[in-house]
Design a protein. Structure first.
Ligand code: SPV
Ligand code: MG
Length: 290
């Protein structure tokens, strides 16, 4: 079974699938090593790694190139965050085959206007596109895929935009009707109440996808018990872990006047060399350097 088929099967499986964010192949490799089922090709993380806002400042090709590099490094399926699809349904038609060719197994596309503003920022600019317009984009994405197992996940930002549960449910139903393989419902409330209410009201056939960044108290066991959620995405924990660790270590080195103290707490150079795939290179040397 290829990677796309594996992803599709797991998405539909009653057992919850877990995806960890990554902004580069090293982060993806560490996520796969930790046992995550899939890699979330987060736009937020990639933007943060360039120190720019998550607002379509980076070019689509920067994101696409990173997804290709990640998919080439890990066996785990990659779910690409294509934001709003980089334009209209025509742009989506041209972009989806490129993501598929890059080795990605699914795209998540959100129903906001282009250029988007990041969802979790307080008072961000959250404007929704018309339902029919987004249906056209979903149909374009489904029509452009070459492998029928490649998944198109529609994300509604209705709760993020403050449009309410009824609007979110209506949109989710319309997106399912347009062919979406799953619905990502996003919220930035600090409690899971809004999400729990949406999940219990959801009567659709396709599974839901949650990103519990804003309501971290909702555990995997609680999500699994809901029965309608196929995938949980940890949206930005790789970049936050990296930023926190770098900030701490850099401050310590300045404070302590050298690297003599921190050296013992950092991964060794040998560990990093292993993560670089050194074993594979040595095997190639053995075979081909005659
Ligand atoms: C991302 O990780 O880029 C996402 C999730 O889209 S969020 O930032 O929570 O909107
Ligand atoms: Mg994003």
């Amino acid at each position: 079974m290829n990677r796309n088929a594996r992803f599709r099967q797991k998405l539909q499986d009653p057992a919850l699938m877990h995806a960890m964010s990554a902004h580069n192949p090293l982060a993806a490799k560490l996520a796969a090593e930790a046992g995550f089922d899939a890699i979330w090709g987060s736009g937020f993380e990639l933007s943060a790694s360039y120190a720019v806002p998550d607002a379509n400042i980076l070019s689509p090709s920067q994101h696409l190139d990173m997804m290709r590099a990640i998919a080439a490094t890990v066996e785990a399926p990659v779910i690409a965050d294509i934001d709003t699809g980089f334009g209209n349904a025509i742009n989506v038609s041209y972009m989806v085959p490129q993501y598929e060719a890059a080795g990605v197994s699914a795209v998540v596309m959100e129903d906001k206007t282009f250029p988007k503003d990041t969802s979790l920022r307080a008072a961000g600019r959250q404007e929704l596109v018309r339902v029919v317009e987004f249906q056209g984009k979903i149909e374009a994405a489904c029509g452009a895929r070459r492998d029928a197992d490649f998944c198109v996940i529609a994300r509604t930002e209705a709760l993020i935009a403050g449009a309410g549960e009824q609007e979110a449910l209506a949109r989710a139903r319309e997106y399912e009707a347009a062919g979406a393989d799953a619905i990502l419902i996003h919220s930035r409330q600090s409690t899971p109440d809004e999400i729990l209410s949406f999940v219990s009201a959801w009567q659709g056939r396709v599974p839901l996808v949650l990103v519990p960044t804003a309501y971290p108290q909702l555990r995997e066991s609680d999500i699994q018990a809901l029965g309608k959620v196929g995938l949980v995405i940890y949206g930005n924990h790789a970049i936050r872990a990296a930023a926190g660790a770098m900030r701490d270590v850099f401050a310590r080195i300045r404070r302590e006047g050298g690297i003599h103290e921190v050296d013992a707490v950092l991964p060794t150079v040998k560990e990093i060399i292993e993560l670089q795939g050194d074993a594979q290179m040595r095997e190639l040397e053995r075979r081909y350097l005659k």
